[in-house]
Ligand binder design. Structure first.
Ligand code: CO
Length: 135
């Protein structure tokens, strides 16, 4: 079902200073910043080999993860796995009784479709499924 780790998502309070520390400490220099005002968040995305890291920061209290950040502070927020067919995967998971956050896929970064699985179903780890739609 999972065939690759697509990215790891980290919640941060200050996107620019998080990027600066990845640059200065680890030479991760090539960042793409995406503003998602409709989801009250900003994202910085950097490829690491065949995978990527995603730094997410809320722009207001309406962001889905702003409570996570307030309660737990900055840190790892979710892991994202690539799947070949998101709809088929969600159907299989529903059949298996896996608790989902998203019943249907929604648009993700870079023309992907994504859906989240509830952390209660994945040993406490918020898990994202990512389908890369062929261009
Ligand atoms: Co993500």
């Amino acid at each position: 079902m999972f065939h690759e780790i697509d990215h790891i998502g980290m919640a941060v309070t200050d996107l620019e200073s998080a990027i600066a520390s990845y640059r200065a400490q680890f030479d991760v220099a090539d960042w793409q910043i995406v503003e998602l005002p409709e989801r009250h968040m900003r994202v910085a995305y950097a490829r690491i080999g065949g995978s990527a890291i995603e730094l997410i920061t809320p722009t207001g209290p309406a962001a889905a993860f702003s409570r996570f950040l307030a309660e737990r502070g900055p840190g790892m927020h979710h892991i994202a796995y690539r799947v070949h067919d998101l709809d088929a995967t969600l159907a299989t998971l529903r059949q298996r009784g896996v608790r989902l956050i998203d019943d249907i896929g929604r648009p993700g970064l870079h023309g992907t479709r994504v859906a989240f699985i509830h952390p209660m179903a994945v040993a406490g780890v918020l898990t994202e499924l990512v389908e890369h739609v062929a261009p």
